[in-house]
Design a protein around this ligand. Structure first.
Ligand code: NAP
Length: 257
């Protein structure tokens, strides 16, 4: 990649997304950032501009086609190209067994976690083909390990893993991977500890409290480096894969420019 890369990043207002935006800014990556909370997103953008990179924001719900269209238009208008898209926006709720499924709550989850990436990919793919660009879907271990009461989240992320495989065969000019970030110290983990009690099976709930109490949550900055490395440098032959944060192949990408 000779040109300064242009990255579209969703869910950039806090957590792993905010850390990834700042990591990218420090590397001079030009950014188009998205989230619903415009105040927090503007703060992240200001911090990124502080290290000298160009940043634009698109405030809106990623589950809406209009937000996807605005993200792509903003990148093309200001930067003229798109090299990478990171689909990081995600929500965990509803935390409830399938037997108590609420249609609106499941639909809201799938809209953010799965339909959102589909819509943004549809809008960005013509431009990613031109740059032989990269797509990273931020997934989770729960996409392959069934966690009782996380049905909406787990199925959305399992869908995202398969969307990754579909794109790998439909779009040979674009490299698409899914990423498992591990257990990261963000609001999402706090929500599990706050809302999981008495709903998640006690052993599952205790596992997540233990991660926290034993200081085993990973700092977002550490995982952001790996996520960004994939978005900028994932190898074409990895297209379709579900790649974990502790995959040794990631280390070789981290120091690439
Ligand atoms: N933390 C973990 O341990 C962990 C583990 C495995 C996977 N993950 C995945 O990592 C990604 C980031 O999670 P996180 O832990 O950083 O969570 P987080 O702290 O809750 O942040 C989620 C981000 O997504 C944005 N978002 C949520 N719904 C959105 C929507 N409809 N449209 C646009 N943006 C939206 C939020 O911003 P607004 O509220 O401002 O919209 C926020 O910036 C998620 O995909 C999550 O599934 C996290």
């Amino acid at each position: 990649m000779t040109e300064t890369p242009v990255l579209i990043l969703t869910g950039a207002s806090r957590g792993l997304g905010a850390a990834t935006a700042f990591e990218a800014a420090q590397r001079g990556v030009r950014l188009v950032l998205n989230a619903r909370d415009g105040t927090r997103l503007a703060q992240v953008a200001a911090r990124c501009r502080g290290v000298g990179t160009a940043v634009h924001i698109v405030v809106g719900d990623i589950g809406r086609a209009a937000t996807a269209a605005r993200l792509v238009e903003t990148a093309l208008h200001h930067f003229g190209a798109i090299h990478s898209v990171i689909h990081n926006a995600g929500v965990l709720p509803p935390i409830a067994p399938v037997a108590q499924a609420d249609a609106e709550a499941w639909e809201a989850n799938w809209r953010t976690n799965l339909l959102g990436p589909v819509l943004l990919n549809a809008a960005a793919l013509p431009h990613l083909r031109r740059t032989q660009g990269r797509i990273v879907h931020v997934s989770t271990g729960a996409a392959v390990r069934p966690v009782p009461t996380w049905g909406a989240y787990s199925t959305s992320k399992a869908g995202l893993n398969h969307l990754t495989r579909i794109l790998a065969v439909e779009e040979p000019q674009v490299t698409t991977v899914a990423f498992r970030p591990g257990i990261v110290d963000t609001d999402m983990q706090a929500l599990i500890r706050e809302q999981g009690a008495g709903v998640m099976p006690p052993d599952e709930y205790a596992r997540f409290v233990r991660y926290y109490e034993e200081g085993r949550l990973r700092p977002p900055e550490e995982i952001a480096r790996l996520l960004l490395a994939l978005a900028l440098h994932a190898r074409a032959e990895w297209s379709g894969e579900f790649i974990a944060f502790d995959d040794p192949r990631l280390q070789e990408l981290v120091d690439l420019r």
